[in-house]
Structures are given as C-alpha cells and as structure tokens.
Design a protein around this ligand. Structure first.
Ligand SMILES: [Zn+2]
Length: 345
C-alpha cells in the first residue's frame, strides 16, 4: 500500500518534470504516452487494483485520480506555452517585410548600335524625312548600275562584294540601292532616310567588320542645291553632337553624286582644338555626301532638268565609335554584357 503510493508519487513527479522540459508539441505528446498510456506505471497499478481490499482500492483510486489530474493540467499548461511559441516562430519566419527593397530584375535593353541608329534616324524624321527600307540581297543593277557604276568600273573593286553562290545576286555593299527602289516606288519629290545592314569582304578587326550598318539619306525636289545639303547636315550635327557643332566639307568622289564631299564634324573629344583622337586636326570624318548624279535620276526616269537633290550616307558603327569613345568595332558584336550594359538608354 505505502509502496504503491510512493510509486504513484514518483511517477507523478517524473511526468511533471518531463512535461515542463518538453521542447516541442511532439515531445509533449510522448510525455503524455509515457505518463498516462497503457504501459505507464500508473496504468499497471490500476490494472492490479482487483486484488486489493475495498479500503485500499478507494485510497489508491483517489491517489491515481489526483495524480492524473495534476499531470493533465501540467501537460495542458505546457501545451499552451509551446503552441504560442511555435505560432510566433511561424509568424516570424513567414513575415513579409513590405518596406524591404525589391529584388532588382534585369530587363533587356536595346543594343548601343540600335540606340545610335534610332537617334540618327529620329533627327532626320524631325526634319521631314520618312524611313525607307529594302532587301539585303540585291541585284547588280540596283547595287551598282542604277547608281552610275557600270560593269567593270574600277569603283566596284573598292567595295569588295560578296556574291550569292550560284546566282546573279549579291549582298548589298551599301544602302544606296534603296534610294533607287524608293524613287521607283513613287513620284518626286522624295525625302527618305534608309537604315540597314550592308556587307563587304572586309576582315573582322578593330576597325573593320564584314557586316555593318549604314544610314543613307536622299532628298529630290525642285530647286534643291548643294547649299540645302550643307544646311541639312549642319542641322543634323548640332542635333546629334551639340549646339556648337559645325560641319566641314572636303571634295571627294562618289559615282552616284556630283559634286561629292567627305563631311567632317568638330572632334567630340577636343571640340576642334586638336587631340590624339582626331589626329591633331580638330575634325573627324562622319559621312560622305553630294548632289544626286543626273544619271541616277535618269535611271528611274526622272528628268534631271526638272528635279535635283542630294544624298548622304554614314556608317553607324563608325559614328558610334567616335561619339561613344569605343576603340574596337568588334566590341559591338561580341555581346559582352559588361560592355553593352554601359549604354542603357
Ligand atoms: Zn580632337
């Protein structure tokens, strides 16, 4: 009897200690099984009560009920504590900090050559030109003959041409054939600007690429003169490179313009003072231009006695290299993100 009472007291103490020490709700469930389950010491005592006298049964029964009550309330108290703590932890773990800075997501952006070409084209659109485009695979007539470059003319060897094998077609060596196509497609007057890729058998080195981009302009109207060309390009240079810009024309020669000129602008680096970037001259060449050759107008059936005009063409890479201080044309094509990312719009 005394032995049984102390067994109950001992089992109760153990259960209360374990309940207080339980670290999680799962631990606490195990404590409950050990203290009150079928194999628990107190359950064994209860199972043997049939062999006791009535007085003993009543006394042990009272002790067992008392013990169970204490253990149940200890388990309930600890369960309350643990549940509150686990909820706090869950809330802390899942909390969203609405004031935290967002994760930066890189979106794509236009290639620096695209940005440059768009900027140039937009300036001419602002002056009343419209955009014209044409095929990159051309016939000899559009690429050469209609532009006053007959077969076997030495000017052809200056632009080493890529031919399309097994055909009479070629990869256009300049955007000028689009001048011809644009004139064929409408009646004069015409004001077009022509962006596009061109192809030449050039090496791929710091200053050459077998594929590059040109922007070509053509204006044909009544009474257009070389002065209109000069005024148009001076306005372009100021818009493109700054209000203090100037243009300089040097005599040159192209088959499809007469007279022809190389066009220089003030060096963006030294603004005309002379530096290593401009070979100490203060000027850098950005394009070729001239009055439209009468033979080009005749090729599309326009009367050169009535209509006159001017044309100009520039290499987008070359202008971009000078304007952006890029020393190697290959950087534009190798698509190294460290380079490209420097030219966000
Ligand atoms: Zn300079």
């Amino acid at each position: 009897m005394t032995e049984t009472a102390s067994l109950i007291a001992e089992a109760t103490r153990t259960a209360l200690d374990e309940a207080r020490a339980a670290a999680t709700l799962a631990d606490l469930r195990e404590v409950r099984v050990r203290a009150l389950g079928r194999k628990a010491p107190m359950s064994r005592v209860r199972a043997q009560m049939g062999s006791l006298s009535e007085d003993e049964r009543r006394e042990i029964g009272r002790l067992l009920n008392e013990a169970r009550g204490m253990i149940e309330s200890a388990l309930a108290a600890r369960e309350g504590e643990l549940a509150a703590r686990e909820q706090e932890e869950t809330l802390a773990r899942d909390r969203i900090d609405v004031s935290a800075p967002g994760r930066r997501r890189d979106v794509g952006h236009p290639h620096p050559l695209t940005l440059m070409a768009d900027r140039i084209v937009d300036i001419f659109i602002g002056m009343g030109f419209r955009v014209a485009e044409g095929p990159e695979v051309e016939t000899d007539w559009y690429n050469f003959q209609a532009l006053n470059i007959p077969p076997d003319h030495p000017a052809r060897s200056m632009q080493d041409t890529m031919h399309v094998e097994g055909t009479d077609l070629l990869m256009r060596t300049h955007t000028s054939p689009v001048q011809v196509r644009a004139m064929q497609a409408q009646d004069p007057p015409i004001y077009v600007v022509v962006p596009g890729r061109v192809y030449r058998r050039d090496p791929f080195d710091a200053t050459h690429s077998p594929v590059f981009q040109q922007i070509e302009g053509l204006a044909v109207d009544k009474g257009l003169s070389f002065a209109d060309l000069k005024g148009t390009l001076a306005a372009f240079a100021r818009e493109m490179f700054g209000p203090r810009q100037r243009v300089r024309f040097r005599p040159s020669y192209f088959q499809f313009t007469e007279p022809s000129a190389e066009v220089d602008v003030l060096c963006m680096n030294c603004e005309g003072a002379g530096c290593s970037a401009c070979g100490r001259s203060g000027w850098i060449e950005i394009m070729g231009a001239g009055s439209v050759h009468p033979n080009v107008l005749k090729a599309v059936g326009w009367d050169p006695e009535v209509w006159s005009g001017f044309a100009f063409g520039l290499g987008v890479e070359r202008v971009a290299m000078r304007a952006l201080g890029v020393r190697d044309i290959r950087w534009f094509y190798e698509n190294d993100q460290r380079f490209l990312a420097g030219f966000h719009a």
